[in-house]
Ligand binder design. Structure first.
Ligand code: AMP
Length: 284
């Protein structure tokens, strides 16, 4: 496994791999790797001759009051995880490499970037779309692997790639969870044991939504109220949003329907967590 820090060195390596007709699977991450990331890496490993994982804590997607400085950075451990999973290249550039201009170029995906997490985190998805554009231009992967846990991020990136004619497939991989349902996240490291237990209520509320839809209820307002009622039982949980949406357009729905997305964000203690499910088509 190679650890590459410079863009020019990675491009040279990729050019040589392309000449050998290798297919490249790419997993962009911010590091602090967990079993969710590993699932993406394993999909990439199965489907490509070369797997590249990027580890870059992207300052452009953090707001001024957010956790950029304290975001967990565990490069040595991440390298061990990648080696074990048969990753070929880790790309871990510096901020100066990725953002060479003081007043640089940014990519904004209109509309999709301003709802849900975008409403509470202005500029977040501009930062995401910008860094993924840069990474896709550097790596030019055959397939890029993203997680369903960050459903809005995946939607923004797909729209960006479509609108800017960036080639390469994008595959979205189901969310990996703890036994109690809590979606794995690098930010779970901030949670106390009690908060980890309370945070399972996020998934419980999503399961409640699924159960209600299965039982024939489709009034989105009512579903959201029932979910909020469940979450309100946990003192450490402060809801940011709960929404029932069209999974492609992210337009809020009045009536829950087959394949719709139920998404939420909440603070558990001081930690902001997100989660979502797509209501299975066969459940209606
Ligand atoms: P991050 O390092 O948090 O930026 O995540 C890197 C990639 O891993 C993103 O595409 C995430 O959606 C994905 N990911 C994070 N957590 C999970 C999870 N629990 N299950 C599946 N994918 C995940």
């Amino acid at each position: 496994m190679k650890m590459i820090k410079k863009i020019a060195a990675l491009k040279k390596e990729i050019k040589a791999l392309r000449q050998k007709h290798k297919t490249i699977g790419f997993v962009p991450t911010m590091g602090a790797l967990h079993a969710g990331h590993v699932k993406l890496i394993r999909c990439a490993r199965k489907q490509n001759s070369i797997v590249i994982v990027s580890i870059f804590v992207n300052p452009a997607q953090f707001g001024p009051a957010e956790d950029f400085k304290k975001y967990p950075r565990t490069l040595l451990n991440d390298a061990a995880v990648c080696r074990k999973e048969g990753v070929d290249i880790i790309f871990s550039p510096s901020v100066a490499q990725m953002y060479p201009s003081v007043r640089g170029t940014y990519v904004t995906v209109e509309g999709l970037s301003n709802v849900l997490c975008g409403a509470g985190r202005p500029g977040h998805f501009r930062g995401v779309a910008t860094v993924v554009t840069k990474l896709m231009n550097i790596v030019e992967p055959d397939t890029m692997y993203l997680g369903q846990k960050d459903a809005q991020q995946a939607a923004v990136v797909k729209r960006m790639a479509r609108d800017l004619f960036i080639s390469g497939k994008i595959r979205v991989i189901p969310t990996v969870r703890q036994k109690n349902g809590l979606a794995l996240s690098s930010r779970n490291a901030y949670l106390s044991e009690k908060e980890k237990n309370d945070a399972a209520s996020l998934y419980q509320s999503l399961m409640l939504a699924q159960k209600l839809v299965k039982s024939g209820l489709n009034d989105a307002g009512l579903i959201i109220r029932r979910m909020k009622g469940l979450l309100a039982k946990f003192k450490s949980v402060k809801i940011d949003y709960v929404s029932v949406l069209d999974a492609q357009t992210f337009i809020p729905l009045k009536k829950a329907k087959r394949g719709c997305l139920v998404a939420l964000a909440a603070r558990v203690g001081k930690t902001r967590l997100i989660d979502n499910i797509v209501i299975p088509k066969s459940s209606l």
